[in-house]
Write a protein that binds this ligand. Sequence first.
Ligand SMILES: C[S@@+](CC[C@H](N)C(=O)[O-])C[C@H]1O[C@@H](n2cnc3c(N)ncnc32)[C@H](O)[C@@H]1O
Length: 203
Amino acid sequence: MVRRTTWSQYRQSIGDRSGLFAAVVDRWPVGEALYPGSYVDLSPSTAIASVTYVDTDARAGRFFADTDLVEQELAGRTRPGAGARVRFLAADYTGPLEVPRRSVDLIVSLYAGPVSEHTRSYLRPGGWLLANTSHGDASLAVSTLRGPSSRLSITATAATACRPGGSTSTSSPGARTWPTRNASAPPVAASPTRARPSPTSSS
Ligand SMILES: C[S@@+](CC[C@H](N)C(=O)[O-])C[C@H]1O[C@@H](n2cnc3c(N)ncnc32)[C@H](O)[C@@H]1O
């Protein structure tokens, strides 16, 4: 029998980001999110109603295919209305995804490469990119989207999202905002501060 890699196991090594997503939803109207390179990080579904997870890793595929397990993992952890739709695409995010263009409120880019470069077409006008600086995606998004004609708003959020014992908090010391919120892709740069996730060491 193949042993499932689960979000609860993964949380033991990277911590729980539920508080980060709760903070995002408290601040912005996010009902639909896309998480390319999610591995088994189910935390967005604790706060967001509909999340599409994307990964090429077979362990992620097995985890999300077990809908009972996903339901169990979310039990007692969701905010009202969250976790209603959990969808997984076993796909390479650099190629086309079965996601309507300009349809999602939030793209999540955490430790998974240049997600924003390949998936921004799925973001609705006025939507948000949550990216951290690891793998350079926050910087890439800023350099690509910021320019003389861009009306870009960037909030830099230092997120202490990963803490042993499950408690989670976020903070925004020195949050910075540039001019006006753009219709195309204002990013939130979030920086979870604990261990770098490395799914290759999981079973
Ligand atoms: C370091 S893990 C990070 C997982 C999760 N985002 C986190 O922060 O805990 C990177 C994940 O991105 C996935 N990944 C990397 N490039 C990908 C691609 N082009 N398409 C789909 N998944 C990809 C890997 O399979 C892996 O599961």
